[in-house]
Design a binder for this molecule. Structure first.
Ligand code: FAD
Ligand code: SF4
Length: 329
């Protein structure tokens, strides 16, 4: 690992100013992504600004919005009573991720900003990776690609956005509060992540130096049912091959509102708006669930290693919809 300078920030504005004015500076939160990538030689910051002592930790409620401080850990958020009562699929997504040791270190801000798990991205001896260096090509398109994306992907990059938490948060229309040199702004999570296209190195709309200070999560109406289902190669401590987050309100035998997103198959956490349109006002059942799944996985980009995900994504969505609606598929 290359040598770097380390400072511990005591005030958010000071941290933002320090990173903003130095293009070789990065934030350090729990370190579970950042330090791995530094050890592997993928990231080589010259200055690390440790933000873990900033007062950005904890969960508070403002009416029907839950404000989650960026430094709240995954375990702390999963243990929050409002999350358990009103956002069960957020809790499930958190507890199905990583391991308890990692979740005690990993922060919510860092989770949303975790980097690609693509093996070629994480191996600097592989020259072809447009995400590491724009214009070099994509080794995964012709290589081993089981863990890669089929939605929002093309020949430039097929890396999945690996966060489980981001999947229900995208479905809920959560937004990220960001502090920059010019003050604070709020960005809907659905607009936060960027489809790679020919600039896979740009993963989100943050400007260098901007700090996530909180995530605002709108609480769904009382009585909303939800579930997060994750399929993976082993039963624990593994990223998703495919996952689905569904929140649904049923009224008088029809679906009043459905919020749907997929994980493990998209280059960004994948909001399934066409599925939501089809589901709204329909009686729950296998045929509408299948139609919603078909609409979501329309126009996939596949390579031999990821072709199986087309059927897997549809099946996991049908299964999650059926689970939430309480019908057998
Ligand atoms: P750091 O590593 O400190 O930072 C990550 C990135 O975000 C860095 O670039 C850092 O500069 C930046 N950053 C951090 N906080 C902020 C902020 N507030 N504002 C601006 N920039 C910031 N995740 C899942 O969702 N599901 C899994 O199944 C899963 N399994 C895992 C298994 C392993 C073995 C490991 C190592 C990780 C796994 N993860 C999984 C990822 C894990 O959840 C993330 O590594 C973690 O959430 C990152 O949080 P952190 O606080 O450690 O971030
Ligand atoms: Fe790099 Fe993306 Fe291709 Fe992986 S999928 S090698 S991250 S360009």
């Amino acid at each position: 690992m290359r040598e770097f300078e380390y400072v511990r920030a005591t005030e958010a504005g000071q941290a933002v100013a320090t990173v903003t004015q130095d293009p070789r500076a990065s934030y350090l939160a729990g370190g579970t992504t950042q330090l791995d990538l530094m050890k592997d030689g993928v990231l080589e910051p010259e200055l690390l600004v440790d933000i873990t002592r900033l007062p950005l930790r904890g969960v508070s409620r403002d009416g029907d919005t839950l404000r989650v401080g960026a430094l709240t850990t995954m375990e702390e958020l999963a243990a929050d009573p409002t999350v358990a009562a009103r956002l069960p699929f957020v809790r499930e997504a958190l507890l199905l991720g990583a391991s308890v040791q990692l979740r005690n270190m990993a922060t919510i801000g860092g989770n949303l900003l975790q980097r690609a798990r693509c093996r070629y991205f994480r191996d600097p001896t592989v020259p072809a990776c447009n995400k590491r260096r724009r214009g070099t090509g994509c080794a995964a398109v012709t290589g081993a690609a089981r863990m890669h994306a089929i939605l929002g992907a093309d020949e430039h990059c097929i890396a999945v956005h690996a966060s489980d938490l981001a999947v229900p948060l995208v479905a809920l229309d959560a937004s990220v509060r960001v502090m920059g040199a010019d003050g604070e702004r709020s960005v809907p999570l659905t607009d936060f992540y960027l489809i790679p296209g020919d600039t896979p190195d740009l993963e989100n709309v943050l400007v260098h130096g901007e700090l996530i200070v909180a995530v605002d999560v709108p609480l769904p109406r009382v009585g909303t049912r939800s579930a997060y289902v994750k399929v993976r190669d082993r039963a624990s401590y593994e990223f998703a091959l495919a996952s689905a987050a569904v929140a649904m309100t049923l009224d008088g035998g029809v679906i009043r509102e459905a919020r749907v997103a997929l994980g493990g198959v998209g280059t960004v956490p994948w909001r399934a708006r066409e599925a939501e349109e089809l589901l709204r006002g329909a009686p729950p059942g296998p045929s509408v669930f299948l139609a919603a799944a078909e609409a979501t996985v329309r126009s996939p980009f596949t390579v031999p290693g990821t072709a199986f995900k087309v059927e897997l994504a549809k099946r996991i969505l049908v299964r999650t919809l059926s689970t939430v609606a309480g019908v057998t598929s």
